[in-house]
Write a protein that binds this ligand. Structure first.
Ligand SMILES: Nc1ncnc2c1ncn2[C@@H]1O[C@H](COP(=O)(O)OP(=O)(O)OP(=O)(O)O)[C@@H](O)[C@H]1O
Ligand SMILES: [Mg+2]
Length: 262
């Protein structure tokens, strides 16, 4: 029987990595990008991953989300070892339950904002009319309904990242992976994007995993993982008493000409 995977509301541990190793081979050179990662991520957690460039953060996201295969060890999602799944089952699961946000937004330039957001819905088989409605709702949630019919090139960096967030959340995924989601944004816009993700986490118990170079971003997660040279060297709750950063202390909830974030 073909294996499939589903997440139910009772699955508290969403992701489990056991001794995950990943080697890349290019020509005669091989790089051990992950050297034995052990990690549990719970439903509804906001986790920040930090570490120097090249320490394996993106590789870890790719392995945990099943975009890339591990060389050794295992990744379980909702208790199911993803290496046991067919490509098709894994792709379908990813489309349904995972959202991705990247530093450079990765919006399709020829598509309007609403078309970018509805794409993952169409991929999962939602009817076009329903997908359009859901996409417009998603854009409204990030305060961008007035910009639905604009192309990415007509939007600011922060607006493009909000479209990318609406797209990542369109299918109401359980887990959202964000690889430097604020890396290309100024500090005020960056804080708006963080506030938006934290609000969505509170309202929908979605799990967020942020890779970031910014301490002021990481301090707003619930848990901070530090990586070095392919390994986790620290994994701690973010202290509730951590002093607010100057940008977050000064920050007011997003209010913009596009109706603000609801
Ligand atoms: N597709 C690939 N082929 C070969 N080597 C790779 C590949 N992807 C990553 N690497 C190597 O694996 C190591 C980890 O890379 P990774 O991209 O995960 O680092 P990172 O922590 O995300 O860095 P950054 O902060 O710069 O984004 C690096 O040495 C990198 O050169
Ligand atoms: Mg990276």
């Amino acid at each position: 029987m073909k294996k499939t995977i589903t997440l139910t509301a009772t699955d508290s541990v969403v992701i489990e990595a056991a001794n995950v190793q990943k080697a890349y081979h290019t020509g005669t050179v091989s790089v051990q990008a992950l050297k034995g990662i052990h990690l549990h991520i719970q439903r509804g957690e906001v986790v920040a991953i930090m570490g120097p460039s090249g320490c394996g953060k993106t590789t870890l996201l790719n392995c945990l989300s099943g975009l890339d295969q591990v060389t050794k060890g295992s990744v379980k999602i909702a208790g199911q070892d993803i290496s046991q799944l067919s490509d098709r089952a894994l792709t379908a699961f990813r489309a349904r339950e995972m959202g991705f946000i990247f530093q450079t937004y990765n919006l399709l330039p020829v598509l309007r904002a609403v078309e970018n957001v509805e794409l993952p819905l169409l991929v999962t088989g939602v009817r076009p009319r329903d997908a359009r409605e859901l996409a417009l709702e998603g854009l409204a949630r990030v305060g961008l309904e007035a910009w639905a019919h604009h192309r990415p090139s007509e939007l600011s960096g922060g607006q493009q990242q909000r479209v990318a967030i609406a797209r990542a959340l369109a299918t109401q995924p359980s887990i959202v992976w964000a690889d430097e989601p604020t890396g290309a944004l100024d500090s005020k816009t960056s804080q708006e994007i963080i506030d938006l993700m934290l609000q969505l986490n509170r309202e929908h118990q979605q799990t967020f995993v942020w890779v970031t170079h910014a301490h002021e971003v990481a301090q707003q997660a619930q848990r901070l993982i530090l990586m070095r040279d392919g390994l986790i060297v620290e994994d701690q709750p973010v202290a509730a008493s951590a002093p607010p950063t100057s940008s977050s202390a000064a920050h007011e909830p997003a209010k913009s000409s596009e109706k603000g974030v609801k």
